[in-house]
Each structure stands twice: as C-alpha cells, then as structure tokens.
Design a protein around this ligand. Structure first.
Ligand code: 16G
Length: 236
C-alpha cells in the first residue's frame, strides 16, 4: 500500500478493530478519553468518528455520545425520525399549519396496511409542514383512533411525541419513496410551480410491539429536501 495514513484514519482503523469486540448500542469512549488515549486533537477524534458514522458502524446521539450501531438496522434503514426531529437535526425550525383533522373511514389499502377491517375509523390529519416558516412538505397522517383519541390530539404538535406519551412510540417503519410532479393544489400549498418535482414518501409506522400505528404520506419539495442514508455491504 502506498501513501501516508493520516492521523484520523489511524484512529478510525484502531476503533474499527475495537468495534468487533463491542456489543450493539454500547457507548464508545468520550471524545476527551479518545484524545488522551491517542494523543490527538478533538478535531482528529471527530474526523475518525465521522468516518465510522458515514460507514454506518456507529451512530451519534446529540449531547450524549457515540454508540455501536445495530447492523440489522443500519444496513436496511436509516435512523427513524419524526418531521420535528428531522428538521431540528437539519438546523431548521419545524412548524405545522393544520389543514384538516377529522375522523374518516379507512380505505381498503390503508386498512390492509394497518391490519384493520375495511371502513374502520381513522384520524386523518392533513398538515402543511414548515421549516423556518417556509413550506417543506404536505403531509397526510392516518392514525388508529383506538390508540389516540381525536379529542386529546394536538394536531399542530408532534404526532410522534404524542404517540410516545400514549405508549405507542413509533420504532420501526417501512417506506416507499417515489418521484412525483406536483398537481395544482399541492403545488399551490407548497409554493411551487405546477408540475415541479417532489418526493412522495409513504410510511407505515409500527410501535415497538410491532403494531401498525400510522399510515403517512409526506410530499416533500424537491428543491428543499434530500435523503441521507448509510449503506453497507457484507464483506465478500
Ligand atoms: C415524518 C414521518 C411521518 C410522521 C411524521 C411525524 C417521514 C417520511 N414521515 O414526517 O410518518 O407522521 O414525521 O412528525 O419521515 P411529527 O412528530 O413532527 O408530527
């Protein structure tokens, strides 16, 4: 092999070896401990950790530390977040304009996805989701009303936070992402030209017990939103 290995690459390589002996979700030593151990600057430690984060082997929890990733989760799904968390992580202030919130019978497709009989009552919440006061996404969430009562729901607040408080934390989801061109109504709400590109994501969210909790369609503006994910390949 030719070329010099930079300090951060050397630290990353040593940490990588160590990861094989650690368990899922175990904490890595603190930045300070790593600085002392390797005799390097905080910046070098951060660069080394960033390499491991980018490869999906560890993950950061803001204000807490770095942890060993769960390979089953990392290889297939990026970290699950709510719109509120997602925007905050991007340094944007989340807000919502509630367009409607009502009880409506489940369509056959949604009923099937949520394991409910056709026509079961669902809470259907339609919101324009804003980031730093500007439209970011148009979202329709359909929730099982036996899990959260519509009278107790704050439609402008974080739905995931309210589900968590009700004991139905969304911990897993399946997602389908597709490119679309915005039709008139949606374009107007999102402050876009008719036909502008957008990303449509349909998520089925499951609680930790595997109960399907929500069916949600989120239409993100193509010019403001992108997906980041770590992908890995098993060694040959
Ligand atoms: C995200 C979720 C959506 C969920 C919403 C809750 C995607 C693709 N969709 O938009 O399924 O209902 O967050 O956000 O990420 P909230 O807790 O801020 O209301």
């Amino acid at each position: 092999m030719s070329g010099r290995v930079s300090k951060y690459e050397a630290v990353a390589a040593t940490l990588l070896e160590r990861l094989t002996e650690m368990t899922r979700h175990e904490a890595l030593p603190t930045e300070r401990d790593l600085m002392v151990e390797f005799g390097v600057s905080r910046n070098t430690v951060r660069q080394a950790i960033a390499v491991l984060v980018a490869s999906g082997l560890v993950y950061n929890v803001q204000g807490s530390g770095t942890y060993v990733a769960d390979p089953d989760v990392v290889s297939k799904t990026p970290r699950l977040t709510s719109f509120t968390e997602d925007m905050r992580e991007r340094g944007l202030a989340p807000a919502s304009r509630v367009l409607s919130c009502e009880l409506a019978p489940a369509t056959p497709v949604v009923a099937r996805r949520l394991d409910l009989p056709e026509g079961a009552q669902l809470i259907r919440l339609i919101r324009l989701r804003l980031a730093d006061r500007h439209p970011m996404a148009l979202e329709t969430v359909q929730l099982r009303e036996d899990l959260v009562a519509i009278e107790r729901l704050d439609p402008a607040g974080s739905i995931y936070e309210q589900l968590r408080r009700a004991g139905h934390d969304v911990q897993k989801a399946t997602q389908t992402i597709a490119a679309i061109n915005l039709p008139v109504e949606q374009a107007k709400l999102l402050d876009q030209a008719v036909g502008a590109a957008a990303l449509r994501v349909v998520r089925i969210g499951f609680s930790g017990r595997g109960v399907p909790v929500e069916w949600a369609e989120t239409i993100y503006r193509g010019d403001r939103y992108d997906f980041d994910m770590a992908v890995t390949r098993e060694p040959a």
